[in-house]
Design a protein around this ligand. Structure first.
Ligand SMILES: [Zn+2]
Length: 237
């Protein structure tokens, strides 16, 4: 038998073996106990930690409810939301927020269904937005403040940068309206839940969430301290 034929036979055999033993899926991220242990030290107040624990409890109940309705891994379930990634998304959200906004996010109203922190964590867990690890705390504060300031019953429109996945409030009154992304300079924006256009940032977002809780994971990467000088970038956008 020629060498070429032997190689082809081996390749076919390897393909059959690979089909029998598909690679294990990547872990979907950490659980709630580990997430609370990571976020707890970031919160100054016991009330904040209690609010976060209640949020985790509620999410676990929802997760159980979903598991009964749709078996894990089913396509229908994934289209609705990806609750496996919510603990990791919660860690990333709190780790990257500036401390003053952390305290405002660890609040029962902000974490309730429809609250600004709840929505932001949901967008992260569903990979329809991302907080890049090196985003400046000052930029994040300016983009998050309109969400945090709005009353819970009032929806803030939003858009997502197709270059990096950063989310920002969307309204003609905002100073960054129509301006490039204040983080990556990208000019293409989309609405969350619209077709994300295959942005590479979604794969980054998935990897960043999967890395949460591991040594040297993304959540431990400290955000940049220095904000960009105002004249070098449009305000917040
Ligand atoms: Zn961007």
């Amino acid at each position: 038998m020629s060498l070429d034929r032997q190689i082809r036979r081996l390749e076919r055999r390897a393909a059959r073996l690979a089909a029998l033993h598909p690679p294990a899926p990547e872990p979907a991220g950490i659980g709630w106990a580990a997430a609370l242990a990571e976020v707890g030290p970031l919160l100054a107040s016991a009330a904040g930690r209690d609010a976060l624990a209640a949020y985790a409890d509620h999410d676990q109940q929802v997760r159980q409810f979903y598991a009964q309705l749709w078996p894990p891994g089913g396509a229908a379930r994934r289209q609705i939301e990806d609750p496996e990634l919510k603990p990791a998304a919660t860690v990333l959200f709190f780790a990257r927020l500036p401390p003053d906004l952390r305290a405002r996010a660890a609040d029962p109203a902000a974490l309730a269904c429809g609250g600004w922190a709840n929505k932001w964590i949901g967008r992260l867990a569903n990979l329809i937005s991302r907080i890049p690890p090196d985003v400046s705390p000052d930029l994040l504060r300016r983009l998050a403040a309109p969400f945090a300031d709005s009353p819970p019953d009032q929806d803030v429109w939003e858009e997502v940068c197709l270059g990096c996945g950063l989310r920002r409030p969307f309204w003609p009154d905002y100073p960054w309206h129509g301006a490039p992304c204040g983080h990556c300079g990208g000019t293409r924006m989309t609405l969350p839940y619209a077709d994300p256009g295959g942005g590479e940032w979604r794969e980054l977002a998935r990897r960043e969430l999967a890395a949460v809780g591991r040594a040297g994971g993304a959540a431990r990467a400290k955000p940049r301290r220095a904000a960009a000088p105002p004249e070098s970038k449009p305000p917040g956008g």
